[in-house]
Design a protein around this ligand. Structure first.
Ligand code: FPP
Length: 236
């Protein structure tokens, strides 16, 4: 399929939000006898390419899992390398026209300067057509716990689905239609636990740095073949 056909397919199958678990950077590097940090650098390039490609085929929201609350347990040098890549990316962020950035996760647990710069980039780019959610210091269960605690703090004694959704980091953003995980691992790893209740899941055995626009196309085609029932029955 060519790009016009994929763009049409995205529209026809109402694929508005795609989320990526960018797994396999480390294995990509070690299999090439390179340090894991080089895998993250290659992964950052793939992230930029894939996010902009999603925008170009008419997807409105893209979410990527860049750093989980558990990733702090990695060796210091690896954490520092990922933070450096983010720092560099924050410099470039503004250059991408029509991209609104949202950093989802606990900003208070980030290095102060990075947290401030994420807030500044969000403010500068608000209201644009394409929403790019970058999950940083993110954990899905913690996100739900925070949401409930903020409702309790307001005096609520019982809550609805809508109440919780309104307090998530992704408030206002449609749930992901499709969650893609690379790296040949078949799990969700605490990513968008609430929001992915009815998402279609797509697993790729490619390591994230090898994931290309043709793989996005394959995921879109697969999504278009799925029958989404949201717990109901097929429409006759
Ligand atoms: C998972 O691969 C990937 C990460 C924990 C970090 C993802 C970071 C990037 C793609 C680069 C920085 C991002 C931005 C937004 C500039 P892994 O290390 O768990 O791979 P493995 O399973 O092979 O070890």
């Amino acid at each position: 399929m060519n790009k016009n056909e994929i763009t049409q397919l995205v529209k026809d199958c109402a694929l508005r939000h795609i989320a990526f678990i960018m797994d396999g950077n480390g294995r990509w590097a070690t299999s090439r006898l390179m340090p894991r940090e080089m895998g993250h650098a290659a992964g950052a390039k793939t992230f930029k390419k894939v996010a902009l490609y999603c925008r170009s085929i008419g997807i409105e929201h893209c979410t990527v899992y860049a750093f989980s609350t558990e990733n702090w347990n990695r060796p210091k040098a690896e954490v520092a390398a990922i933070m450096k890549l983010l720092d560099q990316y924050l410099d470039e962020g503004e250059e991408h026209e029509n991209v609104s950035y949202r950093f989802i996760g606990d900003k208070n647990g980030l290095p102060t300067e990075i947290a401030e710069r994420t807030r500044a980039l969000e403010a500068k780019t608000a209201g644009r057509d394409f929403i790019l959610n970058i999950a940083l210091n993110y954990g899905g269960r913690a996100e739900i716990v925070n949401a409930v605690n903020s409702l309790i703090a307001e005096g609520k004694t019982s809550v609805t689905d809508a109440d919780i959704a309104s307090r998530l980091y992704t408030a206002g953003c449609p749930d992901p239609d499709l969650v893609v995980r690379t790296g040949n691992e078949l799990r969700i790893s605490n990513f968008l636990m609430w929001q992915s209740a009815y998402s279609e899941l797509y697993f790729s055995d490619k390591m994230w740095p090898d994931f290309g626009t043709e793989d996005v196309d394959a995921a879109v085609v697969e999504f278009s073949r799925r029958k989404r029932r949201f717990g109901g029955l097929d429409k006759k």
